[in-house]
Design a protein around this ligand. Sequence first.
Ligand SMILES: [Zn+2]
Length: 300
Amino acid sequence: MNKYFKYIITIIVVVLIITAISILNINRNKQKEQKSNTTKIVTSFYPMYIIAENLMDGANNVELENMADVNVGCLHDYTLMTEDIKKVEEADIFISNGLGMENFINKLIEANSDMKVIDSSKNIKNVMIYEGETNPHIWTSIDNYILQVQTIANELKEYNPENKSIYEENEQIYVDELEQLKNRLDEELKKLEGKKAVCLNETFEYMGKKLGLELLTVETDHEESTMSAETLKNIIDTVKKENIEIIIIDKNDNKSNAETIANETGAKIYELNSGLTGNLDKDAYIKQMEENIEILKNTN
Ligand SMILES: [Zn+2]
């Protein structure tokens, strides 16, 4: 009898273990399935993240992540971190600004050769090259930004057809809003056309061109705001000679050079937002540009 009882207990324990293992496996498979059903989209830096956020609103089975810390700013001299590579290894789609902003792109492709790479700059026509160096800060011109949004939308539709109609709808909504912003900018800043300005941050070259400003841009390596004493003296001479009244810098720049020029010449400093960092709201770019319009409206 005792032997018989032990036999039953053993069978029950074995059955329980088998059941537990099966349940665990089913869950694991479900998780795997969910993961493989999700399209992971990784953006390189802040401006691309904001575009993706607008286009992906309401999309199904997608996940958005920024590769670098989202407020790191420009990626010209960025050194890839282990976490960045990890994010990219799992990505299905990578959205880049292009034009050398992501110099490390080949390393990412090496890490994940199956990943689709979107180059948002591919339809930009007015790329500026100065002394052999390409200026990648195209998004500061609304015209370019709209082209970037459209390029990204078109490729998302192709690489993630499941959400094609959502991308299409979101593209239309966002581009409409941007067109309105563009009209406002064209109207309210018309007075800047043909005016001369000193720009101490190459990020704004595209915006300046869009506004019709005659920009004397000084390559300051905008993260550093560096400038030699000789360059500074030359700028001051030019500003005096040409009666330049506008000095443009980024609101996050070191202001000392701009202040020296302003003090020596009477020109005024306008601190703009280059849209390189900010909050993660969908309308962040629009708000930043509206801020710039308000500031530039105050020019004489
Ligand atoms: Zn930059």
